[in-house]
Design a protein around this ligand. Sequence first.
Ligand code: ZN
Ligand code: ZN
Length: 325
Amino acid sequence: MALTRAGAGSLEPSDRDIPVALPGEILVRVRACGVCRTDLHIVDGELPPAEIPIVPGHEIVGVVEVVGDGVTNLAVGDRVGIPWLGYTDGECAFCRSGRENLCVSARFTGYHNDGGYAEFAVADAAYAFKIPDAYSDVEAAPLLCAGLIGYRAYRMAGEGRRLGLYGFGAAAHLIAQVAVHDKREVFAFTRAGDDAGQQFARDLGCAWAGASNVAPPEPLDAAIIFAPVGPLVVEALSRAAPAGIVVCAGIHMSDIPSFPYRLLWEERVLRSVANLTRQDARDFLALAPRVPVKTRVQRYALADANRALGDLRDGRISGAAVLVP
Ligand SMILES: [Zn+2]
Ligand SMILES: [Zn+2]
């Protein structure tokens, strides 16, 4: 196994018999890695190409095997999560204003840095987080993107009582639990005919579940769109109450059709959410066991990563897919 990193030369553990980590970095043995829709966008070429080849995967749960010089926040044997945000410069205008998710020099796990569809992964120790004990490795994996970025989107959706979730997959099934815990009324929208998905949403406490082209029983104060489907933006705006907030939570979406201005009028807000900050990670990983957020996972062997991606593409995953080496 060769761990090759841009600018860092080639690290070949097999040459030395023990894995190595550069200063400031950790090497983890991967225990589980979630499969995120962003992985699918990368594999399908829907995002600007980064360095290829790249190992996808940014919902990594693993155990630290080696710590590089200067690492003080983690020790060998710690169980950690490695999310999408892999590096920021700490000095650009976004970093200095508490918005490192928008850092101009950001590097992302499984996109710029090799990720967790692997037996080992290397990460900057400053961007890895201890995993709450309440979760098994496999249960914890989806928290690291579906949970963290879902939670950022949830906070951007404001305080409104009636929340719509479009696309009831990995992120929505976690955020629905947080919203129900916060005494929100949650309306889940799925593909038409996805009776199992709608039942799953009701089982998690959603007040209503139905097809995405159907009107909810009440106008929405906010909606989060997790599905990468541009027409849902128009759909969600058309269901939003005055001052309603529509948040696009994905990194990629098909084109948004044109729509009449009256759908945005009355101070409705349309926005996206990009990436995560480390504070988002700290906040959500502290909150999740208190709710408690329970993850539904479908396990795949690492060798079946392509099958997992295919199942995600075709909407055959209930909850979140997780690879287990
Ligand atoms: Zn993701
Ligand atoms: Zn920056």
